[in-house]
Design a binder for this molecule. Structure first.
Ligand code: THU
Length: 147
């Protein structure tokens, strides 16, 4: 899948978000090393702190579909989903908690996962590796000295 295709999948997924409190819809597309793609969107809750981010939603499906250890690339897009297509001009980067979840997948596979951070309209895209978004992170590899 091209970068543009993966971003398009994330933008489409955002249209299925349940985000009545923030009105900020986020979609995420996760691609496996074999080119399989799953998507997810954020799901909020009246008890605000219980909301789920799009990345965790998509990674949960990725684990069920091909395994976290097979994640190669991720696209995220967020903005206003009140129209027919996702809108917004600011590139969305994963929140701190989502970076930690992506790091988990990265350390399982040993792949420095590529993350495409797109604006709602898909026109602004920033590319990062997970190692740049969460340097010196604590992950499964950090537990090797556990008793
Ligand atoms: N959100 C995500 O889904 N992913 C992120 O990485 C950042 C934030 C969601 C959470 C909440 O539903 C809304 O965006 C506003 O914070």
């Amino acid at each position: 899948m091209t970068d543009a295709d993966l971003i398009a999948a994330a933008r489409t997924a955002a249209l299925k978000a349940y985000a009545p409190y923030s009105n900020f819809s986020v979609g995420c597309a996760v691609e496996s090393v074999d080119g399989e793609v799953v998507t997810g969107a954020n799901m909020e809750n009246a008890c605000y702190r219980l909301g789920l981010c799009a990345e965790v939603s998509a990674l949960t499906l990725a684990q069920a579909t091909f395994g976290l250890d097979k994640v190669a690339r991720i696209a995220v897009a967020g903005g206003d989903a009140s129209g027919t297509a996702l809108a917004g001009t600011n590139a969305v980067t994963p929140c701190g908690g989502c970076r930690q979840s992506i790091l988990e997948a990265a350390q399982l596979s040993g792949v420095d996962i590529d993350i495409l951070c797109a604006s709602g309209d898909g026109q602004t895209v920033k590319h990062y590796k997970i190692s740049a978004l969460i340097p010196h992170g604590f992950g499964p590899a950090s537990l090797k000295d556990a008793g």
